[in-house]
Design a protein around this ligand. Structure first.
Ligand code: FEO
Length: 396
């Protein structure tokens, strides 16, 4: 990768990770990612805003070499997670006069995770500024973008907001700015779903806090920059808002075809009633696609057979994840088939305890579905349609 000028005195010096396919050993990255780092050169001092994943330190150093950077005074750390902070020790070593500028919580996390000594920190608070000479960095606390210490950095002279994970996307591209809004929308929505959705109300507050700011460029630390900030801000307003869509998300597993037959029937019955549905066969599902679908669906229907005494383990995984991610769905239920007994329904209700959903009567049957069972699925489709009407997401 190469360094690129964003505006005079502000450069993109991060790296592209084309081949990374999983993050946190959990999140699929179908489009790779980038670790963006930014160099801001003022008349008096130079700052580096966030660094890169430690596996790619050499790329960052190469970009600094390319620009002939001989001195860095400040390393601004917006977020302590290692994909942004992991190269800080190497930068501190290379620029012995440099200091890490961050908030108190982030400082403590960096000390714990990267063993950075106390004397290398400058601790700042919300609204504080740092002058580089003709360029000012203002620090805006934005806790719980997904960790407790997250913050944003604003450069008023150039109207650039550096947001780290917030408003970013796992999307590897050589384009400095968003090259294709549809593709980046998709990646940004996946990313929001995977790490920020559990903090929806806080994220909403961060968006409101930014409303009074004059922003011409949003510079996240993953994915391309936004030179049309309204695109990503509006998308986030939709995702964090309370409105749900006329959509059923249906994660399921079938072992011998009984649950599959129920899923197929329910999908058709919902479509016939004007309700959109996205089924996810968990044996082949990209969990990021499922998380993305959960962002604004009105209803979650879980399809599972009973394995031994409870839900299939793949369904347990998906339900656990959904419970952690806390989508804003209003309704939930379960369909599926058992062989001889078990506590599948009770187990799943317990597993989804963090969701604020109304449980609709499940359709849980013994063996392969019979005519009466398909009729029960039709009644479930009727009920979901009625609930969506009541929620105002579908008009009668
Ligand atoms: Fe991209 Fe939370 O780190």
């Amino acid at each position: 990768m190469t360094a690129r000028e964003i505006v005079p005195g502000v450069f993109s010096v991060g790296v592209i990770d084309w081949d990374r396919r999983v993050f946190d050993e959990l999140i699929p990255l179908p489009y790779g990612t980038t670790y963006n780092s930014y160099l801001v050169q003022g008349g008096d001092a130079t700052a580096l805003i966030d660094t890169v994943d430690p596996a790619m330190t050499a790329g960052l150093m190469g970009n600094l070499d390319e620009l002939g950077v001989e001195k860095i005074d400040y390393i601004i750390c917006n977020h302590a997670e290692q994909d942004h902070s992991g190269s800080i020790p190497a930068v501190l070593d290379r620029f012995p006069e440099s200091k890490v500028v961050t908030n108190e919580k982030c400082r403590d996390l960096l000390a714990d995770h990267l063993h950075i000594p106390e004397e290398r920190f400058i601790t700042i608070g919300d609204g504080e500024t740092l002058s580089l000479g003709g360029k000012t960095l203002e620090f805006i606390m934005a806790p719980w973008v997904h960790w407790p210490e997250t913050m944003l950095t604003y450069l008023p002279e150039d109207r650039i907001l550096f947001t780290c994970d917030f408003l970013g996307s796992h999307y590897a591209t050589t384009s400095l700015y968003v090259p294709d809004e549809c593709e980046v929308y998709d990646s940004a929505k996946r990313y929001y779903a995977e790490i920020m959705m559990p903090f929806r109300s806080g994220i909403k507050g961060h968006l409101q806090k930014l409303e009074s700011r004059d922003i011409s460029i949003i510079a996240p630390s993953h994915g391309p920059l936004h030179d049309k900030p309204a695109f990503i801000m509006d998308a986030y307003r939709d995702w964090t808002g309370d409105a749900v869509q006329n959509m059923v998300v249906l994660p399921y597993v079938s072992m011998h075809g009984s649950t599959q037959a129920m899923v197929d029937h329910l999908v058709d019955a919902l479509v016939q009633r004007g309700v959109e549905v996205e089924p996810f066969n968990l044996s082949v599902t990209d969990i990021g696609d499922l998380a993305k679908a959960l962002v604004d669906a009105a209803t979650i229907v879980i399809g599972t057979p009973t394995l031994l005494f409870g839900p299939h383990p793949q369904v347990v995984y998906a339900a656990y994840l959904a419970n952690l991610l806390r989508p804003k769905a209003r309704y939930a239920t379960v369909i599926g088939s058992y062989g001889w007994g078990g506590k599948t329904i009770d187990n799943l209700k317990d597993m989804l305890g963090r969701l604020k959903v109304e449980f609709i009567e499940p359709v849980y049957i013994k063996g392969y579905p019979k005519e009466a069972d398909f009729a029960a699925l039709d009644r479930l489709a009727d009920e979901i349609r009625k609930k969506h009407e009541e929620a105002g997401v579908i008009t009668a």
